[in-house]
Design a protein around this ligand. Sequence first.
Ligand code: FAD
Ligand code: UDP
Length: 370
Amino acid sequence: MVGAGLSGAVIGRTLAEAGHDITIVDTRDHIGGNCHTERDTATGVLVHVYGPHIFHTDDAGVWDYVTSFVAFKPYTNRVKTTARGQVFSLPVNLHTINQFFGKTMRPEEARAFIAETQADTSIDTPQTFEEQALKFVGPDLYETFFKGYTMKQWGCHPSELPASILKRLPLRFNYDDNYFSHRFQGMPEHGYTDLIARILDHPSIAVHLDTRFDRSKAGEYDHVFYSGPLDGFFDYELGQLGYRTLDFERFTHDGDYQGCAVMNYGDADVPYTRITEHKHFAPWESHDASVCYREFSRACGPDDIPYYPIRQVKEKALLADYVKLAETTENTTFVGRLGTYRYLDMDVTIREALDTAQGYLDALENRRPI
Ligand code: FAD
Ligand code: UDP
């Protein structure tokens, strides 16, 4: 098993419970992959080391799975954004619309009002992020909340990005400011690394940190589940798949810095996309001092951590070529956000890992090729 993140842990645990001996290697000096959390020694704040992670899902099976290992505390993600000198509530909801346009509209009035601004755009089937945003919220809200942020986040104009990126976000004509619409949402009480440690805690699982896997070692195992970068597995022989990486500028603050966990910055001339104040991810804890991250996005170089797959037209073509190579690679299954070059939320990662492991066990039992 390559990678001690959620993919590696869940597949490893499922196979270990079925009687297999599992070796997991990870280049990092900790388990947890990009979900890794650790306590800051000076303040005691639980820090989301690779950026903010909120667990949310509609998949009852996945929710039962994670809550069978650790306790989850209720947590609702309420994101704010600072734009044009004011603070607004996200995702765009009735409060945002009324505040932005200086009105006191009721739901149906706001719906009609936004529909009128949308009518100006005459876009039937949006293809790009920009078209989707114009159709979704109209030009004023698009320019204020989405255009600048998206250019900073993705390093290109929203007209060059697929509409699917924005489709993740809701538009609400009520005062519900929950960032997610899923049935289950929460935070593991002692962080994600604790959750992943519990999943890995099985006598048939051995974890080796600070250990890099390369494909010359594949023959040492019955089967390899690889959750590292797809192009990295093949030593980038066809070229590099495009990613955005993140830089976190960490700072501490006495008391409360911003009063919420996530504050986005919509203006293009503010160089960072958002500031996260980690203690607010654990509202059941009490800390005087604060640990905050200013988050900057930029193109990912060969030595950087890949965060967001770009998936523009040229990446999709290269991806198709790597997928062909992957399909002809014996004894190896490519999994997780890096192994499949997709933006996967944690719940989807877990669902796919459970299904992959079960598929492997079924194939073994029925002597089908894997
Ligand atoms: P990873 O966590 O990346 O684990 C892969 C592991 O493989 C890494 O530890 C790496 O070191 C190791 N590895 C790679 N190559 C090798 C090699 N050659 N040899 C050995 N080890 C190797 N999801 C949500 O549901 N909610 C959120 O709020 C959320 N926020 C996010 C915020 C950010 C900024 C990002 C980037 C993602 C966010 N996600 C969120 C998604 C979440 O991070 C992923 O779903 C999850 O990390 C995927 O787990 P994984 O095991 O597939 O990959
Ligand atoms: N987005 C934006 N302004 C915001 C928040 C999001 O323009 O204040 C855009 C941005 O392009 C982002 C996308 O909407 O990539 C999806 O938002 P989400 O919060 O899901 O981003 P992620 O969790 O991927 O960082």
